[in-house]
Design a protein around this ligand. Structure first.
Ligand SMILES: Nc1ncnc2c1ncn2[C@@H]1O[C@H](COP(=O)(O)OP(=O)(O)OP(=O)(O)O)[C@@H](O)[C@H]1O
Ligand SMILES: Nc1ncnc2c1ncn2[C@@H]1O[C@H](COP(=O)(O)OP(=O)(O)OP(=O)(O)O)[C@@H](O)[C@H]1O
Ligand SMILES: [Mg+2]
Ligand SMILES: [Mg+2]
Lengths: 163, 165, 163, 165
């Protein structure tokens, strides 16, 4: 059991280094460290970020957006080990700046060959990357409705849907 | 294994029957605050077997039924049906299309259906076991889950690794 | 002491009803309720939202953006009781949709007569409402820098600042 | 009482002296993730007397000093100076412009200055007491504070009401 876990751990760690470098920058590095290497099955896992040219820092020392991006990198690293048939992201892009939103969407685009992705978002850049878009609206009766929309018509659609 | 469609009726703010189709690639869900986007995500969790009312942002599981408004009476039941294409033979069944349905009646009674045949909840969770999309997997990633990884409460990270292993 | 607190509580409650109605819609109502009215100084405070035509709901039952908007309404209600000379908002608009971002900015604009507001944001609609804009950037040396920027030049500026 | 300027040197990622002017109205701070925006907010909290290292996202208060990079040595001290115009006479002093400065040396020594004259931390907190902007007020609203209101941990809401009262 320990072997199975360590095998998975090492693979996720390798994925993490790769995905992290893609979401951040080429020279950036990171690591996953078992706090108690002698007891892997119960050991907490430390996430370390080593941005290019700066001191290594734990997750807690990163900025809001950097934390989110790092967590996304870890989630994708687990995903790569055992890809789920579909993944759902609910407003995960909210703390990200434009550049990082684009990187996030690029990586989703790549994995979308293998799995379906459902992305809930308020972000216009993300919306531009969507293949099929559903607009959700709340009616006066307190009942939600859904309609398929196209991105180029979106602003007017949202107006129409919510008035 | 491909997600094909989702049908929601009486579940949270979706009092009226709502049908969403999923294609290959990336499906987006957009709309104003409070319109019902996260409720759709909850519906998917729920039909796949989520039992923790907190994961569905509820005080009690019964809060999952449309609870009425000035103009609309509360719903008598909440029903969500999800349809998959068994294209990679991942699901241990000879069916090409698999539909899973969960209903909760206001009385508290529950009903589960597999391809429209009544079954136990266990039959559904057994079916999903090797697919990586039962409830409680990292397939559904809300901003809250990012928070979980960041906070690492109760060694949440280690649990995710175990699941992946 | 109880009288002082209750006086403040009632005034905040009145403000809350007014600000909430502005951030949400005309017909919406809300309330602040002392869980133990017999022991106000130690009693927890419940926040209730009563959207027009829908059942009253506690904060926990609202959507992500609705929660944020309600908390903002409460913060402004406290502010109105005793306006601080300046207020700082750090990416508070992240979970808000476009309409609510505009409402949030309108209310800030109104109170900006009385206090200075410092707003950290990634949101373009918010940026358009700013009087004086500072762009922050991280240099290769791991050292942050700041430069005053104008909104219309912003995209190019950000590129220049961060390359 | 109007915020006039903020000067930051050696504080977190601001190794080099940085000066920001505040006018009437709304000042915006924008930039990429990790550029230093929240660090500016932390600097304001810190110079106004914040003592809780957790409120500043630090394990120890010493982490507030620029801790060096490949190309830059760690800073010997962190200094933040904030300047106010005492236009409404809110500050109990005859000065028209008031500057508050806080320095933390790598040795652990601290220095506080009021209009460039050394003073105790207490002198600064006393000065700020009736202005509504000492540390620990609801004047600084980060998304985390919205979370605090929402979670209401340890009756956080009641505390905010008390402060306002
Ligand atoms: N059982 C129920 N009956 C009726 N309405 C409900 C029920 N449960 C939740 N709602 C309402 O559904 C609304 C929409 O919730 P949801 O969380 O899906 O919004 P959202 O689109 O994700 O918004 P946001 O962008 O702010 O995250 C809320 O106003 C909530 O009060
Ligand atoms: N003592 C320190 N010395 C050097 N760098 C530091 C120090 N403390 C924090 N930093 C770095 O400052 C950077 C910027 O942090 P900050 O939280 O201000 O970013 P931000 O602009 O708010 O980003 P976001 O948009 O993601 O919230 C982080 O990468 C962090 O590691
Ligand atoms: Mg939501
Ligand atoms: Mg920040």
């Amino acid at each position: 059991a320990v072997e199975l876990y360590m095998n998975a751990f090492e693979r996720v760690r390798a994925n993490f280094k790769e995905v992290f470098r893609r979401l951040f920058h080429e020279g950036d590095d990171c690591d996953l460290v078992l706090l108690h290497p002698d007891d892997p099955l119960h050991s907490p896992i430390e996430i370390v970020a080593k941005p290019k040219g700066k001191r290594p820092r734990t997750l807690r020392q990163l900025s809001g957006g950097e934390k989110t991006l790092t967590a996304i990198a870890l989630l994708f690293s687990l995903y790569l080990l055992k890809p789920a048939p579909f993944c759902i992201f609910d407003e995960v892009d909210a703390p990200l700046d434009d550049t990082n939103v684009m990187k996030f969407n690029q990586i989703i685009r790549e994995f979308s060959q293998q799995s379906q992705f459902i992305v809930v978002t308020h972000n216009k850049l993300t919306m531009a990357e969507i293949d099929r878009l559903y607009g959700v609206f709340m009616q006066e009766s307190g009942v939600s409705g859904v309609a398929e929309v196209s991105f180029k018509d979106l602003p007017q659609n949202i107006e129409a849907l919510t008035s | 294994m491909k997600l094909k469609s989702l049908r929601i009726k009486g579940f949270k703010s979706f009092a009226d029957e709502t049908l969403i189709h999923f294609d290959r690639g990336i499906t987006g869900i957009v709309g104003p605050n409070g319109s019902g986007k996260s409720n759709i995500v909850d519906a998917i969790r729920w039909v796949l077997g989520e039992q923790k009312s907190t994961e569905l942002r509820l005080s009690n599981m019964s809060d999952v039924l449309f609870n009425g408004s000035e103009r609309r009476k509360p719903a008598p039941y909440a029903r969500v049906t999800i349809e998959f294409e068994n294209d990679k033979g991942l699901l241990p069944t000879e069916y090409q299309t698999v539909s899973i349905s969960r209903t909760l009646f206001r009385s508290g009674d529950s009903e589960y259906r597999l391809n429209d045949v009544r079954c136990r909840r266990k039959d559904i969770t057994d079916l999903l076991i090797d697919t990586g999309i039962g409830s409680n997997t990292y397939a559904i990633i809300e901003l809250g889950m990012v928070e979980e990884i960041l906070a690492d409460k109760d060694n949440a990270r280690r649990k995710m690794f175990e699941q992946a292993a």
